[in-house]
Design a protein. Structure first.
Lengths: 312, 359
């Protein structure tokens, strides 16, 4: 049963990826003839035809698609127009740096958001709750670039304790991670709180209390695992969202990651790199969702048996 | 059954298992205006009763009358605003948290909504075992045997024990809830509408199960229900509640034969099967209007705006719950008139008539 559930989810993830790759192809063809954009305007038609043939653009559409798809499977998204290296190599160089930022953000926001959300729910309407929720609203309503600039002003220019931008030591990571993590920790704290409140009002919490379970056991053994089910969803989505958030934050702090590469490639019309990054982001999103689905199966016995009876 | 009944209702029980005196609970509601006072709602006011070991006391009344709050107060799931709860001679209202956690073994509860009373992430077995684990009863191996025996006793043996709550039917879930409560061998079980969510055919099974377990384990039940025809089959004594107060407490058969309080008459008169063995009905009493809001209870007797017997006395003075010579307690200035009026049609009291109990 469990295996079948995982297999279905995996198949669905593959189909999503295939759709994304195909979509990128379609958009690329819709934007017109690449030779128009890449070659100078004043060259003769015979040169243009030569390049068309060289790039396979004279073939029927379905053949182009198959070639493109086959190359994409090998991770080949073409040559960067700017510095004639394979696009995938250029992207791949940046991935560890973004990953570093993303993972640090991910763990910081979980470590901050989940306990705060749980405490806010357990001590509902207390000062802990109010303070946490004010922090959460502040966190996710504050635009990343603005918070980043404020932090640079404060810590780099006035206090001079942290480097304003760049990559290298752990000090370089503090501000970008803080900027990204406040937003996600805020969202996670809010979700955790509302999920916890719902579970805490269930009868089985009163049963647990009536049985003599300690407050700690009630919260962490009965309430949290049940509340974790909706929280996992938002965590999964934010995993994908962190890549998007990284684009802005990386630019503010001159972090040499995928996000910076994406903005500079868009500015330079370096299509093969943009295309590669789009597919990469799609893979991240799809994997995050796949992980969420698998985590559901592990957390919720009602999903484990194949999803029937969920409506009851 | 009748032997158990007689034994359980022995009048001179030296020390009741549970003695509740002057219990009250008020709730503060959110402010309606920014600087206004917080409105208060009195859910339970001045409730006193005794419950003997092995006895079933039913608390009946309309929804919102505070009967579930009484159950939660007895279990300390809510703390009382006033009053005392003595369990086995020990004052529980003043017991600290650690003491309470120990005591929880003796006081358990069964909920109406069994689906939500079970943790969806744990198997039936694990849920039933949990209480034993918390209280460190016996060794792990012995606990397993106790759990298996309890599940067997409620009819959830074998494969069913390893299922998750959503894989069980409503009746089976309620059996799991019962097993979970009773595996700790409590002395008192608060049953809060234990079968209201079940089909009628399943209701009878669960009620019979509860009664068998009571007989075998000597449990006392505080049975909270709005279903009078059910209460009539399970209760030894019945307390009728109106707007947070007990208005009549009587032996079950006395109450059904001849309710004294006008509100009790109205409730019992509304049950289609409320007839004595001779087939004569208690003349029903029709009350005017809706029950008033507990946020703003009427002066004097809370029933007076709806009661046909109301006089000026009722409008100004709250009647106390007074014990009467016939063993029941009634909180009404005109109880005798009301009771006589209810029995007029059948020409005299037949309170001594035994009631036909469950088939």
């Amino acid at each position: 049963m469990n295996l079948r559930y995982a297999a279905i989810k995996l198949l669905r993830a593959m189909i999503t990826l295939w759709l994304v790759v195909t979509f990128v192809f379609v958009v690329l063809r819709l934007t017109g003839d690449p030779t128009q954009q890449l070659l100078p305007d004043d060259i003769g038609p015979e040169i243009r035809d030569y390049y068309r043939a060289a790039w396979g653009l004279d073939r029927p559409l379905w053949e182009q698609y198959l070639r493109y798809f086959e190359a994409a499977l090998r991770g080949d998204f073409g040559i960067s127009f700017r510095n004639s290296q394979p696009a995938i190599d250029l992207i791949w160089q940046r991935v560890p740096k973004t990953l570093e930022l993303g993972l640090a953000t991910f763990f910081c926001s979980l470590a901050l958001g989940i306990p705060l959300g749980v405490l806010a729910a357990v001590w509902r309407d207390s000062w802990v709750d109010r303070l946490t929720m004010s922090f959460a609203v502040f966190g996710f309503s504050m635009p990343n670039f603005f918070l980043g600039i404020l932090l640079i002003l404060l810590f780099a220019l006035n206090l001079r304790v942290l480097p304003s931008s760049g990559y290298g030591t752990w000090q370089h990571m503090v501000m970008p991670v803080f900027t990204l993590a406040t937003a996600f920790a805020g969202a996670i704290a809010r979700f955790t709180r509302s999920a916890m409140l719902e579970v805490l009002s269930r009868d089985y919490m009163r049963t647990a209390e009536a049985e003599g379970a300690s407050r700690f056991r009630q919260v962490w053994w009965h309430a949290f695992p049940n509340a974790a089910i909706p929280v996992v969803t938002i965590v999964g989505f934010s995993l994908g969202g962190m890549i998007g958030g990284a684009v802005v934050t990386e630019n503010v702090f001159a972090w040499p990651g995928v996000g910076r590469l994406l903005t500079s490639s868009v500015a330079d019309r370096d299509l093969s790199i943009v295309q590669g990054i789009v597919v990469l982001v799609a893979i991240t999103m799809v994997s995050a969702n796949l992980l969420v689905d698998l985590a559901y199966g592990w957390l919720d016995p009602r999903v484990r048996v194949g999803g029937q009876e969920r409506s009851r | 059954m009748s032997a158990v009944l007689a034994e359980a209702t022995e009048p001179d029980e030296p020390r009741p298992l549970l003695r509740v005196a002057g219990l009250a609970r008020r709730f503060s509601l959110p402010r309606t205006s920014l600087f206004g006072p917080r409105p208060e709602l009195t859910a339970v006011a001045d409730v006193s009763f005794d419950l003997a070991a092995g006895e079933t006391l039913a608390v009946v009344g309309e929804s919102g009358c505070g009967k579930s709050t009484v159950g939660n107060l007895v279990l300390n799931l809510l703390s009382p605003s006033a009053g005392s709860i003595r369990f086995d001679g020990e004052d529980l209202a003043s017991a600290d948290d650690t003491r309470w956690r120990d005591r929880r073994r003796d006081l358990q509860l069964i909920f109406q909504d069994s689906r939500s009373a079970l943790d969806p992430r744990l198997t039936v077995e694990a849920q039933v075992a949990e209480g034993l684990e918390i209280h460190k009863v016996a060794t792990a191996a012995d606990r397993k045997i106790m759990v298996a025996a309890m599940l067997e006793a409620v009819g959830l043996g074998g494969d069913l024990a390893r299922r998750y709550p959503h894989e069980l039917s409503g009746g089976q879930q309620q059996r799991a809830v019962i097993a979970r409560a009773l595996v700790l061998e409590p002395k008192l079980v608060v049953c809060d509408e234990p079968v209201a969510a079940l089909d009628v055919s399943v209701q009878a099974q669960v009620v019979n199960l509860l009664r068998d377990l009571q007989r075998n384990l000597g449990l006392a039940y505080l049975f909270i229900s709005h279903d009078l025809s059910l209460v009539r089959h399970v209760a030894d004594r019945v307390a009728v509640m109106y707007l947070g107060r007990f208005v009549e407490v009587a032996e079950c058969r006395d109450l059904f034969a001849a309710p004294a309080h006008p509100y009790a008459r109205a409730l019992i008169g509304a049950v289609p099967a409320a007839r004595s063995r001779r087939g004569r009905l208690v003349r029903p009493l029709r009350l005017e209007g809706e029950p008033p809001s507990p946020m703003n209870p009427p002066s004097g007797c809370p029933l007076h705006p709806r009661c046909p017997f109301a006089t000026d006395l009722c409008r100004t003075e709250l009647p106390a719950l007074r014990p009467r010579a016939d063993g029941r307690s009634v909180a009404c200035h005109h109880a005798e008139a009301s009771q006589a009026d209810g029995l007029e049609a059948q020409g005299g009291s037949d309170a001594s008539q035994p009631l036909k109990v469950f088939p």
